[in-house]
Design a protein around this ligand. Sequence first.
Ligand SMILES: [Zn+2]
Length: 443
Amino acid sequence: MTRVNVRFSLLFLPLACACLAQGQSTKPAGVSVRAAQAQPGQVQPVAPGTLAAPRIPRLILDPAIPEVQKVEYLGNGHIEVAGAVLTLMPGDYPRARALAGYVARRVLAAREQLDEVDVSVYDKPSYGGFGGPLPLLTASVPRERLNDFLEWSAGRGSFDRVWLSSKPGAAPARPPDRVRELSVNFLGSLADKTADAVRHTTAKVLGGVQGGLLYRGNGKSALSALTFDDAPHPMYEPLLLDLLRRDGVHATFFVIGRNARAYPYFVSDMAAQGHEVGNHTYHHVRLPPLPVAVATQEMVRASQVIQGITGKPVRYFRPPGGDYTPATLKAAEGLGLTTVFWTDDPGDFQNPGTDVLIERYTRTLRRGGIVLLHDNAPEMLQALPELLRVAEDRNIDLNTVGMLVGQPQALGRPETGRSVPGQATPQRTPALVPAELRVSPRP
Ligand SMILES: [Zn+2]
């Protein structure tokens, strides 16, 4: 595996004009950006009050490939990963596999520092960004496995790090909410709020799971839980998992069910590398406004997707936006899910700057705490090595929620994900290929 020795910060500096994203914000730091600019799960900024995100470099292919909407790339100081987005008209669906192979080859050829390219092919008429309708096809292609992927894209052999939609072009049943976890919000009657205040205080004072809620662990513990919301993301996930693996740190990922469905190999990687996978609803929606049956279904579908990938029961749930009601709390308990909040939120999704992020985290990190981060916040990725070092200096063992409450996760399927980029894994993707996506010989 080629390792790049690029200083991480350099990847965020403005590059030559030809490599910059078109239409990116040119607002100076400190200027608020409208919340409606991005969908949940997309590159930040997302939430109200967010500052301008660091610029993500784009790779320009020459000659251009008409179906390629963008190719972004990021590094974590050790490896580089590119994310390529393609759109196809319905009549071109048969070209999806061959085109994905062609694009993967061109991207890896265009930048020799890249260790991996992740390809997402969407239906062009319904394309709505990362939070819009699901892709037709996704693939994670480590450089050393390019030939395997090219064989698969040509209709020969198999490739495990790929996903094909069973309903190409289908729109999502429910659009995701533009929401980030900023504060815990309980919604209910005055009596409900009084009861919740007691539960809340008890959980904070005593620590551990209280009445189906977890606010913090035991303060005498040497552990603090590290949690990442809104996973998985096709460019950030391999970079984040790589950093955690290098430091031997395990975390809990609260994944969005629909995104886990489209990128199952990253969820397999999480489980295989000893991380815990939690439930963050299927569509990433605020639950309180929904009928209880619909809210419950959001939890059920996400747990089904996760367990279908990892083979492990899902035990922890984090409501989008931190919003919950007595009904959602009860529904989660009925599904065997503990509702998990947090003690330390450095606000990575607001792009406050890595120095501010590190300062906030350093100030609030505590034994028995629960740290809230988001897997697709660029500044989180940039600051993470320092965040891990601060915990180590304080002899705080960052670990999963399950470990924090003394419930190590159950054994599931044998480990099948990769421990390093490029390691082969067994076939996990359904072998059935929808007629629309059957291979075509030409890209
Ligand atoms: Zn979220």
